[in-house]
Design a protein around this ligand. Structure first.
Ligand code: HEM
Length: 74
């Protein structure tokens, strides 16, 4: 089954991530914005500079990439 934002990606994003990044003009709770900025989001996840208080596991980073490759489904 292809991955979806609502079921597979959104649950990985904490409320504190959404709040912190809204201050920088990026709403991680918004599918359209995450699609538009998916490459820079992936780059920051993959180089482990975001979230700045604790990087994602390699498995979750790979999941984000897979969601991108699947066509960033809702
Ligand atoms: C899943 C979680 C997160 C993702 C995917 C994420 C993603 C990003 C991205 C893509 C940028 C670059 C924005 C740009 O190019 O304009 C960025 C910048 C930034 N983020 Fe996050 N972020 C996350 C969590 C957080 C949290 C929890 C904090 C605060 C505690 C935070 C603080 C910042 C700050 C201060 C910047 C600007 C400075 C910099 O570029 O390092 N982020 N983030």
């Amino acid at each position: 089954m292809a991955l979806s934002f609502a079921q597979d990606i959104r649950p990985l994003i904490r409320d504190s991530d959404v709040e912190c990044m809204q201050d920088y003009g990026l709403d991680l709770s918004d599918l359209g914005e995450v699609r538009m900025h998916s490459q820079s989001i992936y780059d920051r996840l993959a180089n482990k500079t975001m979230p700045e208080d604790g990087p994602w596991s390699d498995a979750n980073i790979a999941k984000f990439k897979e969601w991108m490759d699947d066509g960033m489904l809702e």
